[in-house]
Design a protein around this ligand. Structure first.
Ligand code: CA
Length: 193
């Protein structure tokens, strides 16, 4: 018997013994540890946060002020384009939300978790321009901050996942996803008051 055959037999015996003793799950974890992206979302806890103040623009007091923007969560599930169009109708200068620093990302997450902690996936206003790899915001503001799930954006340079969502597999982090999928969303407008 050569070494290769002996190795196969030992492996078969070992695997069989592991299954009989109910160790297969442990072995599976040992050899294939869960990556970050595989951690179920409902096992994750958002860090405690302070809700941002109400927007101080008359008629939009149920929106929240974060940085120079007012933002509002919308529960309805829409595709990316529909959500952007709804945001344009929701307020003058309205668009899907853009995010430009860590504080704004935390404020945004805080608002989302307040309204729908059980299903916090939302559209942001980010999208990839025609498979160029260039990421943009629907409100035209500069792309100067990002907080991706490790390994994302997974479909840059393709047209498979051209739109950006938050809270897919990690709380507060971003993922590129098919623009045709339907999700809740957050709108924002520039608060110049
Ligand atoms: Ca992706």
């Amino acid at each position: 018997m050569n070494v290769a055959s002996l190795t196969v037999i030992v492996l078969l015996l070992w695997t069989n013994m592991a299954v009989r003793t109910g160790q297969s799950t442990l072995i599976s974890f040992h050899h294939r540890p869960l990556g970050d992206a595989a951690v179920p979302l409902h096992f994750q806890k958002a860090k405690p946060c302070t809700m941002p103040n109400p927007c101080n623009v008359t008629g939009y007091k149920d929106w929240y002020k974060t940085g120079s923007y007012c933002i509002k969560y919308f529960m309805a599930h829409l595709n990316f384009t529909e959500a952007e169009m709804q945001c344009r109708s929701a307020a003058p200068g309205g668009h899907l939300v853009s995010v430009h620093d860590c504080k704004a990302n935390v404020d945004l997450l805080c608002v989302v978790m307040k309204y729908n902690a059980k299903n916090p996936r939302i559209w942001l206003g980010g999208f990839e321009l025609f498979q160029t790899g260039k990421l943009m915001w629907t409100d035209g503001s500069p792309w100067n901050y990002e907080d991706w799930v490790p390994g994302e954006p997974s479909q840059r340079w393709t047209n498979a996942e051209d739109c950006v969502e938050m809270n897919w597999s990690q709380i507060g982090r971003w993922n590129d996803h098919s623009c045709y999928t339907q999700k809740s969303y957050v709108c924002s407008f520039k608060n110049t008051v």
